[in-house]
Design a protein. Structure first.
Length: 701
């Protein structure tokens, strides 16, 4: 079967590990500020945990129901994929530990020392011991494990100290869970020394077993399968929110997929834990990096002003887009011309202002929106609640299955419903991942629309961290399509037809292929032909084959893909006209753009969808055309700048490896920093225009 595999495809999971390796490379880059390098280590670790919880968990499950199932991109069984994942994880873990060690040393030279209790001075030890006795000890629940006290359930991603004990000539195991409520890091000596709480407990753990001798001890954490599925029992619940609450309770009890320890992996303790957890040695990893690095994101609040300047990226506050400069009414502006926001370089505030205006506009009769992820504190929810309380029809299609945001979405759905919003949850078999907001106006029996469509979530926090496009338009055709979309969603109709929008799962894939076929025909006819797509991941097999077909026809195919890419470019006779670029930098590249053709024949769409099987066939997604010529130019200029990046970009070679971009005869370009500078310059220009207008009106008075 492997002989029939195309030469230009590769395994999804191993491609993802290469992406996470690129994240780790940022942690090793000495041009990146020191704290930001540590943050990349934390992001790498968090990414890997989620990968094991979802992808490795899913592969482990697939072995149970069909161990012979073959990956159609690589020809490997699930077991073969897992073995390669474990081996590559071991390699990357050693690299991560070395990078972490280097970062620790550099922090120490800069006056911030990561230390242990045993290395503290006498005065510092007394301070740490007082903290332990007053703040940590009351939260600890140590126990001996024996016939009458079996090993308790260990929840997902919790830290524990496991001990080998001797008492009255007999050996026992002991367990001390590290309390989640305890502060992760103790800061001593004017906050110049940092001591992890698990290391403090580890060094003092003997005191918790006064009648025992500690023979060995190990700090561990378990990563569990989190790929929760609805079973018949849960499906029987009448309320969808109750179903999701039941599922979330199951997440901490699913099977382990990874065991990590900060001590030796061949010890009696680890062998005991492997036996108890039914985990094989290949799933067990030693880490010299903290097992929980969530504390890293709080560290800037500990730094002095000088340390922040030295350790962190220069602070950047999202700017007002030039298009909205001096505009008091977003409604009036969008009715006049389409507006495009580019996060995080532009602020989300203009969109929030548009919704806020709609919430109190007497001509607004309805606001409809699909929501996938929200910040824990969301002004958008406040505006939607106000709109409902002001008598508007507010329809919210809330996706409760947004992984790891389920509880947040359940809470917000309750809040919105209590304010009078109509809450819908979509489909049992299809996640609603689209990002669309429709505002409907009625004046003098005339209906009009303003539609917002984006590539990213309505999350006011991640809008400062993720790169996304957000289009606001009063185009009647797009508004009519959006209105039809919401009607179809509310009656569970996935096969609606639309004039301007591309909507998955029914028609998006075919319409994308139609656009690619058009470029193929142009190439056959000897015309210039190009496909340029920016997305997070490419895994969908039919799309890969279609892009290969385009390459063979002579179409120039440029793919900007941050994460997984199951297509291998530059293979003679197959993908030689395909170029794949990945950019990993200060911000998370997240926007999806589909562009076909060149010059006056250019068609550009922004979308919520990647070219993944789940997006094109198992999710509700939307792609919207950019009809305004100036906005098309703006998006293409942004993609062109990314392609010119020679500091943070990597090019995928035909051997499956990523290498730095080499662009000769040009200065160093970091596209994300360049976008910041452009946005700041535009905001300054907008402020100048606004001041000019104010002076003009002042002179008139």
């Amino acid at each position: 079967m492997e002989q029939n595999l195309p030469s230009y495809t590769q395994n999804r999971e191993l491609s993802w590990l290469k992406f996470n390796q690129r994240v780790l490379e940022e942690a090793a880059d000495r041009t990146v500020p020191l704290y930001e390098r540590l943050k990349f280590v934390a992001i790498y670790s968090s990414n890997l945990d989620e990968f094991y919880m979802i992808r490795v968990g899913s592969l482990a499950d697939s072995i149970l129901y069909d161990p012979t199932l073959i990956d159609k991109r690589s020809g490997m069984t699930a077991q073969e994929q897992l073995q390669k994942i474990y081996a590559q994880t071991e390699v990357l873990s050693r690299r991560r530990d070395e990078i972490y060690r280097q970062i620790k040393e550099e922090f120490s030279h800069a006056g911030v020392e990561f230390t242990s209790y045993k290395k503290l001075s006498g005065v510092e030890k007394r301070q740490a011991k007082t903290y332990f006795n007053q703040e940590v000890l009351p939260l600890l629940s140590p126990q001996i494990i024996d016939l009458t006290h079996p090993l308790p359930h260990i929840p997902n991603k919790t830290m524990n100290i496991v001990l080998l004990l001797e008492k009255e000539g007999k050996q026992y195991f002991g367990l001390v869970p590290i309390p989640a409520r305890a502060e992760r890091v103790l800061r001593v000596t004017n906050q110049r020394k940092l001591l992890y709480v698990e290391r403090l407990v580890y060094d003092l753990v003997e005191e918790l077993f006064p009648n025992c001798r500690v023979l060995d001890k190990a700090t561990i954490t378990i990563t569990r399968n989190a790929d929760i599925q609805m079973d018949d029992e849960v499906m029987g619940q009448s309320d969808y929110r109750d179903r999701m609450k039941q599922l979330l309770k199951k997440r901490n009890s699913l099977a382990p997929v990874k065991l990590e320890t900060m001590q030796k992996v061949d010890s009696t303790i680890i062998r005991y834990m492997q036996e108890q957890l039914e985990i094989i040695p290949e799933q067990t990893f030693r880490s010299k990096t903290p097992l929980d690095m969530s504390f890293v994101f709080k560290m800037p609040s500990w730094f002095t002003k000088g340390q922040k300047e030295n350790f962190c990226y220069s602070p950047y506050e999202p700017c007002q887009a030039l298009a909205v400069a001096g505009q008091r009414s977003m409604t009036r502006l969008v009715r006049h011309k389409d507006v495009l926001l580019h996060y995080p370089y532009h602020s989300m505030e203009p969109f929030l202002r548009l919704v806020e205006e709609a919430s109190r506009d007497k001509s607004v009769v309805a606001i409809k929106i699909t929501i996938y992820r929200l910040a824990s504190e969301a002004k958008l929810v406040e505006h939607l609640c106000n709109a409902a309380e002001n008598g508007k029809e507010v329809v919210v299609i809330m996706e409760l299955r947004a992984r790891f945001d389920e509880q947040n979405n359940i809470d917000f759905s309750n809040m919105l419903e209590e304010a009078g919003c109509k809450i819908y949850y979509g489909f049992e078999d299809y996640k609603i991942h689209s990002k669309i907001c429709l505002i409907t106006y009625k004046q003098n029996d005339s209906i009009s629309y303003i539609t917002q469509i984006g590539t990213g979530n309505y999350n006011e926090k991640t809008a400062k961290l993720y790169t996304d496009f957000s289009l606001m338009t009063a185009h009647k055709g797009i508004g009519t399509d959006a209105d039809a979309f919401f009607r179809n969603m509310l009656v569970s109709n996935l096969s609606g037809s639309y004039e301007h929008l591309m909507v998955a799962p029914h028609s998006m894939k075919n319409k994308i292929f139609d656009q690619i076929d058009g470029e193929i025909q142009k190439a056959i006819d000897g015309q210039s032909a190009r496909v340029l797509i920016k997305m997070n991941s490419l895994t969908e097999v039919d799309t890969i084959h279609k892009l290969q077909e385009a390459s063979c026809a002579g179409v120039e195919v440029i793919l900007i893909i941050r994460g997984i890419c199951c297509l291998i470019p530059d293979i003679a006779g197959e993908t030689e006209n395909i170029k794949v670029v990945s950019l990993v930098g200060k911000y998370l590249e997240h926007h999806r753009v589909y562009a076909f053709g060149t010059g006056g024949d250019l068609r550009v769409y922004i979308s919520s969808a990647d070219c993944m099987t789940r997006n094109l066939t198992r999710r509700v997604e939307i792609a919207a055309p950019i009809l305004d010529m100036e906005l098309r130019k703006e998006i293409m200029a942004a993609l062109d700048l990314i392609l010119k990046d020679n500091l943070k970009s990597r090019v995928l070679r035909n051997d499956g490896q990523y290498v730095p971009v080499v662009i000769e005869n040009t200065h160093a370009i970091d596209a994300q920093i360049a976008f910041e500078q452009q946005a700041q310059a535009q905001e300054k220009k907008g402020q100048g225009i606004l001041r000019g207008l104010m002076c003009k009106f002042s002179n008139r008075e």
